[in-house]
Ligand binder design. Sequence first.
Ligand code: FMN
Length: 444
Amino acid sequence: MSQKRQLKLGFMLHGVGMGWGDWRHPDADPTASTSFAYYKRQAQLAEAAKFDFLFVADSVFITEKSSPHYLNRFEPLTILSALAGATSHIGLVATLTASYSEPFNVARQFASLDHISCGRAGWNVVTSWLEGSAVNFSKSSHLAHDTRYRLAAEHLDVVQGLWDSWEDDALVHNKASGVFFDPAKLHALNHKGEFFQVKGPLNIARSAQGQPVIFQAGASEDGKNFAAKRADAIFVHHENLDEGKAYYRDTKKRAAGFGRDPDDLVILPGIRPVIGSTEEEVERKYRDFANLTSIENALSMLGRPFNDYDFLQHDLDAPFPDVGAHGANSNQSTSRKILETAAREKLTLRQAALRFATPRTEFVGTPEQVADAFQRWLQERGSDGFVINVSLPKEFDVFVETVVPILQARGIYRTEYESETFRGNLGVPVPPNRYATSVAVAAE
Ligand SMILES: Cc1cc2nc3c(=O)[nH]c(=O)nc-3n(C[C@H](O)[C@H](O)[C@H](O)COP(=O)(O)O)c2cc1C
């Protein structure tokens, strides 16, 4: 991390929006989730504001109940490869499931994006919580939660092993001697594991940043350990600063427990700011934001971490219903947190749904108030930065125009990029090539 801790900021490219009703806002473009022009404009706005990265979420299963953005949108690596050509410094983080992909292909795809972007690629490693995903990949059932994490760890082992196939100086390109590469510096992986057998080598060399940046977003016990052990960056949700500080302390401690320098890992909560120039405008805009989500929308959103559970079958004003084990094999941490919050605060189903769908956080306020919240989270070690997701169609423009200058004036956010690569700007180390180091060690 640079001497004076500065915020690391990501922007979540999410087309028509995260909420089920966002597309109905008068300023919203209902076609945004498949509009390259929309993505390009947002990407260039984020880069002009010196953001660290763009983030594209993903899932591989939809039903007629899925949100408008999830129903019709770009595949992450494809859209980010196109945006690599329209940007020069901002990181490009694509979500891709380990549960339904082949490591050799994944290694190639991300290494290609890393080369196309001159060292700006990132992979958000997910295990796909929607159990229905299996039907799109010739599988009769979805793997169990713990098995998914075991598979994801092996998948990442293979991908990172393949990324090291070529030592950084293996490609000689000596036209006089006709030597294209040094065979002693090209390595086969010969991986044999529980889920994968992959020989290698990979048919693309390492990039300017060595390897793409690894993101993770799991928050269950397995998820936290996987993230603390393997991620360069963690994308997470928190209700408030106290929760953020507890998670931050615990995760950095876990990382140290795995023999890592805790500063080599950045923790980035996702937030949806709503900004008004006056208190009255803040209230009006928050109402606009909340009114975009009908109770039916909120119940669909609530059902998602419970594997698309249908909450409409229950009495809205009765205590939160018993949903049995729904969620346990799906989005474990989020479903568990909702159950615990509803029980602790004795919420009705309606209250829980609206609370979850339209959170009123300390990132709802005037530009000064929102900047104060950012500074507080950074300085009290609730986070190393944030991932911004849109609440209202034009809210990202408002954030860039009104909050970013305050953060820069306070010296807690960059005014210029420090590096050409994503790792360089994020302040996370370049992984040494395992073969080069082993040769160096042997030579010693
Ligand atoms: C901020 C955030 C963003 C996420 N983005 C995705 C995503 O794009 N695709 C996906 O399949 N899962 C995504 N997840 C879900 C996680 O990968 C993980 O499945 C979820 O947090 C549940 O993890 P757990 O079962 O370990 O609790 C996201 C989670 C969080 C907190």
